[in-house]
Design a protein around this ligand. Structure first.
Ligand SMILES: Nc1nc2c(ncn2[C@@H]2O[C@H](COP(=O)(O)OP(=O)(O)OP(=O)(O)O)[C@@H](O)[C@H]2O)c(=O)[nH]1
Ligand SMILES: [Mg+2]
Length: 436
């Protein structure tokens, strides 16, 4: 494969920058660029007379990131030097790498499977410890090994079913013992269910734990959002119905990413725009992991706005506590706050506690699925298994069972890239940055 090159460090000036080269002939090409003795060791200092003093790292195939000969040149981080090195490499015959092309080659050369390659991009994009943990474990093969294990178990039975097909003339001949097969299919289905379930945790880690701030108009929701963010993000006013559309922003508390959603206050209104806003408030509640229910404690009775889904984490905030006498702070199971004072530390702690409960799965059950592509493949695999189970109950023949089992195997195999297409690969790797 042709020799590719790219600047692997971020664009702009830095202490040092790294230019990466990969492909058969990469070492010879680098030798021509940096001059001097052959690059006979892994790490060599070289003086490029008219340009820079550099350190060259050599990784010989197959023991490199891409599985090909790879050379990394660490130069001083001047934009001019980086671009000049790249220009000279291209003059010498290398070509500029496409986004993700180094990782794509690593995949093609069997250095990693597709799920691991995807995790490389996630790891680079990780902004919090949670995101990093999930990406790192996927890059190290957690998702891949689990799915490969399930695949192998099903493969054994599929082969036995196919053997039955070869002996179709002998109808009584059963190689794939049905009770054992049924037990295994149920076991695999359960495991897939657990992985599908883990997706909400994966999403919470990747996109942030979704927190919807809801309540009656004028309760102080936008003030609360601003206090949490420490920023005047949303408009606050004493006119009920100030927030019309949802207002979103992110916040990191204790290493966990939260996506806060301030919503339009709920009240009786004829205003169609406000009604549309309230519709969005309800949607925000539906997709939230945690619902913060804000009640104006100075206004007496609560508004009854409660999330529809009983399974959600709910935090009740009695706001405007500054307007209350101490003996009025009597309601249990809620936090008395004054969003206006900006002191919302207790709410931050409470959000973190709920998030930890939500994310506990990650620590308890290990593998977490965080990619939509993997989630969809698992759903397909699960549906195929459902068909197998139904087929077995209905006493279907080996031929039909084998078809559904193959659908399941294909779906599982698509995650690790055993089964894949150029289109899927193009889609995945185009999202990478150049140089990785
Ligand atoms: N005294 C006091 N006033 C507050 C507090 N929090 C909010 N307010 C006031 O209550 C009024 C409404 O605040 P907002 O934050 O706009 O309320 P909201 O719930 O977002 O209202 P809508 O967007 O209309 O649904 C403003 O005048 C705020 O200054 C508080 O803790 N104490
Ligand atoms: Mg508001």
């Amino acid at each position: 494969m042709s020799v590719i090159c790219a600047i692997s460090t971020p664009h702009g000036t830095g202490g040092i920058a790294v230019v990466r080269i990969s492909g058969s002939g990469a070492v010879a090409l680098a030798e021509r660029l940096v001059g001097g003795r052959p690059l006979d060791r892994q790490l060599c200092f070289r003086r490029i007379d008219d340009l820079d003093d550099v350190v060259v790292s050599v990784f010989r195939a197959p023991h490199s990131y891409t599985g090909e000969d790879v050379v990394e040149i660490s130069c001083h981080g001047s934009v001019y030097i980086q671009e000049e090195l790249l220009r000279r490499l291209i003059d010498l015959g290398a070509r500029l790498a496409e986004p993700g092309e180094f990782t794509r080659r690593a995949f093609v050369n069997g250095r990693m499977d597709l799920a691991q390659a995807e995790a490389v991009a996630d790891l680079i994009a990780a902004q919090t410890r949670g995101e990093k943990d999930v990406a790192l474990s996927q890059m190290r093969g957690s998702v891949s090994s689990e799915l490969e294990h399930l695949r192998e178990q099903l493969l054994t039975f599929t082969s036995l079913l196919e053997l039955e097909l070869d002996f179709a003339d002998h109808e009584d001949l059963v190689f794939a013992e049905r009770t054992a097969m049924s037990g295994l299919v149920h076991e695999v289905a359960q495991r897939i269910d657990a992985l599908i379930d883990s997706f909400s945790t994966g999403q919470a880690l990747r996109r942030g734990v979704q927190v919807a701030i809801v309540g009656a108009a004028n309760a102080g929701k936008s003030t609360l959002l601003n206090a949490l963010l420490g920023d005047e993000r949303a408009i606050v006013s004493d006119i009920p119905g100030t927030t019309r559309d949802t207002v979103e922003d992110t916040l990191v508390i204790g290493g966990v990413l939260f996506r806060l959603i301030d919503t339009a206050g709920l009240r009786q209104t004829e205003d169609p725009v406000e009604q549309m806003g309230m519709q969005r408030s309800r949607k925000a509640v539906d997709k939230a992991d945690i619902v913060v229910r804000v009640i104006d404690a100075s206004a007496g009775e609560a508004d009854g706005c409660c999330p529809a889904d009983g399974g959600k984490h709910v935090v009740t905030v009695y706001n405007k506590a500054d307007l209350l006498a101490p003996e009025d702070k009597r309601q249990e199971g809620g936090l008395y706050l004054s969003a206006k004072s900006g002191d919302v530390a207790a709410l931050r702690d409470e959000l973190l506690n709920h998030a930890r409960l939500l994310l506990a799965r990650q620590e308890n059950c290990g593998t977490v699925v965080s990619s939509v592509r993997h989630y969809e493949a698992l759903k397909t695999a699960r549906q195929a298994l459902e068909n197998v189970m139904r087929g077995m109950d209905a006493g279907l023949g080996s031929e039909l069972l084998a078809v559904d089992l193959h659908d399941c195997l294909d779906a599982l195999g698509s995650v690790t890239g055993r089964i894949t297409s150029d289109e899927v690969l193009g889609n995945i790797f185009s999202k990478f940055c150049i140089g990785k």
